[in-house]
Design a protein around this ligand. Structure first.
Ligand code: SF4
Length: 182
């Protein structure tokens, strides 16, 4: 653990104020990287090649792995959102914004206690209406979180290792983020 017991308590007290479903810590050595996840990005995701937060802009899976392995520990967490219809994309996206806001808050909490962070969150970055990729540098690299999957990480497997269950129920969306710490 890179955090002292006191720091962990401090984080837990603040997190208790947030609508999180579950969370846990793991050493970075427990994070698995898979070319299969990258293949899904490449062949099934419409955002592939359209954002600085997605492949190929984030680098190869091997480069992502090297980046993560320079850290020591990961904090994995999930929030749940309920929607009336899984077909209502606008409603689903609005619940994602809340999770992204929480992800920013928790990242800040770790930074305040002196941790360096690498935050991976949900899907493609939505900070700007039109991403500058690939014509110009990212406008807000300090707030842009690459997606967990863009790094080749199967987040459900990682969450399971942390004891975070994946809820498969109609109308319930589970959003995951991973904060890599040192
Ligand atoms: S902050 Fe803007 S430019 Fe940067 S990845 Fe997000 S959408 Fe693209």
């Amino acid at each position: 653990m890179i955090l002292t017991e006191e720091q962990k308590m401090q984080i837990e007290e603040q997190i208790a104020e947030l609508p999180l479903f579950a969370y846990g810590y793991l050493p970075v050595s427990e994070v698995g990287f898979s070319e299969r996840v990258r293949y899904i990005c490449e062949t099934e995701c419409p955002q592939y090649g359209k954002s600085w937060s997605c492949p190929p802009a984030v680098g190869t899976v091997e480069e992502c792995k090297e980046r993560v392995n320079k850290y020591e520990e990961v904090f994995v967490f999930a929030s749940l959102s309920e929607v009336e219809s899984m077909d209502d994309m606008q409603m689903m996206l609005s619940t994602r914004k809340e999770h992204e806001r929480i992800t920013r808050q928790i990242t800040d909490m770790f930074q305040v206690i002196g941790c360096e962070t690498l935050t991976l969150s949900t899907e493609s970055c939505i900070q700007c209406k039109h991403c500058t990729y690939p014509d110009a540098p990212c406008r807000h690299p300090e707030v842009q979180f690459p997606s967990v999957e863009s790094y080749g990480i199967m987040v459900t497997e990682l969450a399971e290792k942390c004891g975070i269950p994946f809820i498969q129920e109609y109308g319930v969306i589970t959003w995951f983020s991973v904060i890599v710490l040192r």
